[in-house]
Design a protein around this ligand. Structure first.
Ligand code: ATP
Ligand code: MG
Length: 559
């Protein structure tokens, strides 16, 4: 008998999973442990989300463990203030994160120091008195080999003594470094006796003044990975040339089951600004409302805008994991959030640019409550009561005095359906001095109530509305790309070409009363307008503020 097709065979693995599969099947890896290693020197953005999703996803897939490890070994660049925002962001993307998954590289300073001593004792590291400039000159170029430092052959005892005195603060910053003794003629510049430790009399946010020597990234990182038992150290392509040094460090230090570094391509978004330097300037210049301004793609901004972790994870998966540099489209991210919210969120009525509609044959001061499905595509979401009355608001764009051809919404003499309610026929309107429509008059036909099974006649247009008497006021913020896409991201001075219309604030919107209960971060579909989320910073019971997450129209086609 032929065996049924194994479902697992049909799921294609990315190149990293293929490597891990092999390491497991050949006995090199007993447990998959991965890590995301941010420096606490800024906010995380959508690019970092790729690394978080990849690393945490791999750990989960293989029943392993994922570490968030702060790469806080450089006392010059860090601010402790970023630690909490990074934890919050990683937690949000992953869904959960236990405190025992959080690590700090600065807690390994003692181990790193011992590792350096071990290298010195093996004759693999030496104290060098050349200045930074001299070290650069001695290093040579891609075409020429470097020259050995005059201190390269210092005896081991002297190196141990000098390194100990470096540690005890005897020497000035920059006067001595510890270097690996590898190969001054290596075609890989990183292998030409790289610096391992430098003197820096700086207070560290975690270790305080305990240390005045600090390890360099290329030395610290592999030790951090090895100490934590990381099996696969997934990093971005710029570290490819550093891999021989990574391997040298874990090899010379004789770690059992050393970690394996694998590089993948960064995530780039077309026409989107992610660089810390640029965003910092936008914040400082007051162009945006902080790092979490919903027009930005920091994780805090995406969260405030109303993106969900599921949508971000799907976006990363759709973008794919490979070694080839490429750029993803923001429209794909929008597709992912629409897909995620479509079945999960109630579809409510909101009028963003209101004009009054009066139904002259509807009883005065009567309010009736209509049963409306929360989500027509998801019955499980049930029904809600929506008030209806004689005076409504509709969106200005749904009425025209002189309509063009194929305009099926409201105009004098035309009949449309009021969504979830009745047919109304326009009988007249009023305008102000400038010709702006101020009131629209209609009659309704009680026979045509939605759900009544009325089949007498058909109309071509359906428009949404809210009942004027019970409506709540709200502010709605519409967002466009902060970059002027026509001009490209940067101008000739390296500054961002700003889109002057990236934010539109609509202050006089009317929403159905159920929306007044919205809590910060709650999201909804506003029918015909898109998906919206109550702003976590500014929305309050007496001043509701909604952000448009995304409009309904789809410019991205999957597959
Ligand atoms: P910098 O090092 O310039 O301060 P960074 O964005 O590299 O900025 P890190 O804190 O070093 O910040 O990044 C943490 C991790 O996120 C690194 O492993 C890095 O490779 C990864 N990462 C950063 N940007 C991206 C990106 N666009 N796509 C995928 N991974 C990224
Ligand atoms: Mg970095």
């Amino acid at each position: 008998m032929s065996s049924p097709v194994d479902e697992k065979d049909t799921v294609s693995h990315n190149f990293i999973e293929n490597i891990i599969d092999k390491d497991i099947s050949e006995g090199r890896c007993k447990k998959v442990i991965t890590r995301f290693p941010p420096e606490p020197n800024g906010y995380l953005h959508i690019g970092h989300a790729k690394s978080i999703v990849l690393n945490s996803g791999i750990a989960k897939e293989y029943g392993g463990v994922f570490h968030l490890r702060f790469d806080d070994t450089n006392p010059m660049k860090e601010e402790a203030g970023f630690v909490n925002s990074i934890i919050e962001d990683v937690k949000w993307i992953c869904g959960d994160l236990d405190t025992d998954q959080i690590y700090y590289a600065s807690e390994y300073f003692d181990t790193m120091y011992e590792c350096a001593i071990k290298l010195i004792k093996k004759g693999k590291a030496y104290v060098c008195d050349l200045s930074a400039d001299e070290i650069r000159q001695y290093r040579g170029t891609l075409k020429e080999p470097g020259k050995p430092s005059p201190y390269r052959e210092r005896p081991i005892e002297e190196n141990l003594d000098l390194f100990e005195r470096m540690r005890s603060g005897e020497f000035e910053d920059g006067s001595k470094v510890l270097r690996a003794k590898i190969d001054m003629a290596s075609p890989n510049m990183n292998m030409r006796d790289p610096v391992l430790y430098r003197i820096a009399t700086v207070t560290h946010h975690n270790s305080g003044d305990k240390w005045c020597i600090y390890p360099m990234y290329d030395f610290a990182h592999p030790i951090e990975d090895a100490v934590e038992g990381i099996s696969h150290s997934l990093c971005t392509l710029e570290f490819e040339d550093h891999r021989p040094l990574y391997d040298w460090v874990v090899d010379e230090l004789e770690f059992e089951n050393p970690p394996k570094q694998i590089e993948f391509a960064k995530l780039y978004l077309t026409n989107v600004v992610t660089g810390k330097r640029y965003i910092k300037k936008l914040v400082e210049d007051g162009v945006v409302d902080g790092w979490d301004d919903p027009r930005l793609v920091s994780i805090a901004a995406l969260r405030r805008r109303g993106f969900t972790p599921e949508s971000i994870r799907n976006f990363i998966t759709l973008s794919g994991i490979s070694k080839a540099q490429s750029s993803s489209d923001y429209a794909m991210l929008e597709y992912c959030i629409r897909e995620d919210l479509k079945m999960k969120r109630p579809r409510m009525m909101a009028v963003l640019d209101p004009v009054k509609l009066i139904i002259t044959n509807y009883p005065e001061s009567e309010i009736e409550y209509l049963d409306v499905a929360n989500n027509q595509e998801n019955e499980a979401m049930g029904l809600r009561k929506v008030p209806f009355g004689r005076e409504l608001y509709i969106d200005r764009a749904d009425f025209m005095i002189e309509p063009p051809k194929k305009y099926f919404r409201l105009y004098p003499g035309n009949e449309v359906r009021l969504m979830n309610a009745y047919f109304v026929k326009c009988t007249g309107y009023e305008t102000d001095g400038q010709g702006n429509v101020t009131k629209i008059y209609c009659t309704y036909d009680p026979e045509t109530k939605s759900g009544s099974g009325f089949t007498g006649r058909k109309v071509k247009g359906t428009i949404h509305w809210v009942c004027a008497e019970t409506a709540e006021k709200a502010e709605v913020r519409l967002y466009e790309n902060i970059v002027d896409e026509e001009k490209g991201v940067y101008n000739e001075n390296g500054e961002i070409n700003l889109n002057p219309d990236s934010l539109t604030v609509l202050e006089n919107c009317y929403i159905e009363p159920a929306l007044a209960e919205a809590l910060p971060m709650d999201s909804f579909q506003f029918v015909r307008h898109g998906y919206f989320c109550a702003d976590s910073k500014d929305s309050a019971k007496d001043h509701l503020v909604f952000n448009r997450i995304v409009s309904l129209k789809n410019s991205y086609k999957p597959g």
